[in-house]
Design a protein around this ligand. Structure first.
Ligand code: R5P
Length: 273
C-alpha cells in the first residue's frame, strides 16, 4: 500500500479502531433534528471522535478549517426523502474538490438489490478508480433506503463482500443481532458499524456497538444516537471508551452516567479526552 493511502487510513483508524461522527444526514433528509446547525452540534463532540463524515457543503459552512480532525467526505447523493427513489444516487463531488478540501477519505452509498444496484455499484467502481490514483480511501456504505428490514446477516454479508471486491478500502454497514460475525468474516476489508434511528435507551446503543466490535468490526460511524441524545457529550465519551478502550456496555453506561449533565451543568466530563 502506498504511503499516502496508508497514512490516511492510520489517521482515520488510530490503533486499528475508529469512531466516525456521522453528520451527513442533510444530504437527503434536510435539517435533521439535532443537526439544524451542524457546526454547533459537533463542536463539543470533536475531542471524542476520530473523524467527521459530512458533505462539502457542511464542511465549508460549518467546520472550522483550523481543526485537525480528519474528514471523510460524503460524495454520493442527488436524491431526497420526498423524491421517487433514494437509491438513485450519483457521484456529487469531483476528485479536484475532494483533494481541494483535503479529505482523508470519501464515502459513497450503494443500494444492492434495488432498481439502481448496477448504477450505484458503477458509481463505487468509478470512484475507486479515481481515488486510488491519489491514495484516497473509499468507504462504501451498504445503504437500504427506507427498507430497514433488509438489515440481516445474509444480505449484509453479500453487500459487504461485493463492495470490497469492487475496491472499497472500508465498508460501513449495519449491525445485526444474529450472525454479525459472518458479515465481518466474509469481508476482506475493515467493517465499520453504522447507526440507525435513535434507540430507546443508551444501554441499547452501548450493547450493539460492543457486540459489533467483539465480532470483528473496527469501529462505528454513528450520528443520531449521539447528537440526538440530550447528553451528547456523555454519549460520545462512553462510545469512545467501547471503541478504543474495550469498555463493556456496563462500563460505558457508568461513564455515561458519570459524565451526563446535571441541573448544575456538566458533571465529571473530562474534556481532555
Ligand atoms: C448513511 O449513510 C447516513 O447518511 C449516516 O451517515 C448513517 O446512517 C449514520 O448515521 P446514524 O447513526 O444517524 O444512522
Amino acid at each position: 500500500m502506498d504511503w499516502g493511502m496508508s497514512h490516511r487510513l492510520n489517521q482515520l483508524m488510530p490503533g486499528g479502531r475508529c469512531f466516525f461522527m456521522a453528520m451527513d444526514h442533510g444530504y437527503f433528509q434536510g435539517p435533521t433534528t439535532g443537526l439544524e446547525k451542524p457546526g454547533e452540534t459537533v463542536k463539543p463532540l470533536l475531542p471524542y471522535v476520530d473523524a467527521l463524515f459530512c458533505t462539502r457543503g457542511v464542511l465549508r459552512s460549518s467546520i472550522d478549517p483550523s481543526s485537525s480532525k480528519p474528514i471523510i467526505l460524503r460524495v454520493s447523493g442527488g436524491t431526497s426523502m420526498v423524491g421517487k427513489d433514494l437509491a438513485n444516487e450519483v457521484i456529487t463531488t469531483s476528485i479536484e474538490e475532494i483533494i481541494r478540501l483535503n479529505a482523508s477519505a470519501v464515502g459513497i452509498s450503494v443500494f444492492i438489490g434495488s432498481d439502481y444496484e448496477k448504477e450505484t455499484l458503477k458509481n463505487l467502481s468509478e470512484l475507486v478508480n479515481t481515488c486510488e490514483d491519489y491514495g484516497i480511501p473509499v468507504m462504501a456504505i451498504t445503504a437500504v433506503g427506507k427498507e430497514l428490514e433488509k438489515r440481516e446477516a445474509r444480505y449484509l454479508a453479500l453487500c459487504c463482500r461485493i463492495v470490497a471486491e469492487l475496491g472499497a478500502r472500508a465498508v460501513k454497514t449495519y449491525w445485526c443481532e444474529k450472525d454479525f460475525e459472518k458479515v465481518v468474516r466474509g469481508c476482506p476489508v475493515p467493517v465499520v458499524v453504522a447507526g440507525g434511528p435513535k434507540c430507546e435507551t443508551e444501554l441499547e446503543v452501548f450493547e450493539f456497538v460492543y457486540d459489533g466490535i467483539q465480532k470483528g468490526a473496527v469501529g462505528i460511524n454513528l450520528g443520531r444516537n449521539v447528537w440526538q441524545n440530550p447528553n451528547a457529550e456523555a454519549m460520545a465519551k462512553a462510545l469512545r471508551a467501547i471503541v478504543h478502550d474495550n469498555a463493556t456496555p456496563k462500563q460505558a453506561h457508568d461513564i455515561f452516567n458519570g459524565s451526563k449533565k446535571t441541573h448544575h451543568g456538566y458533571s465529571k466530563v473530562d474534556v481532555s479526552v
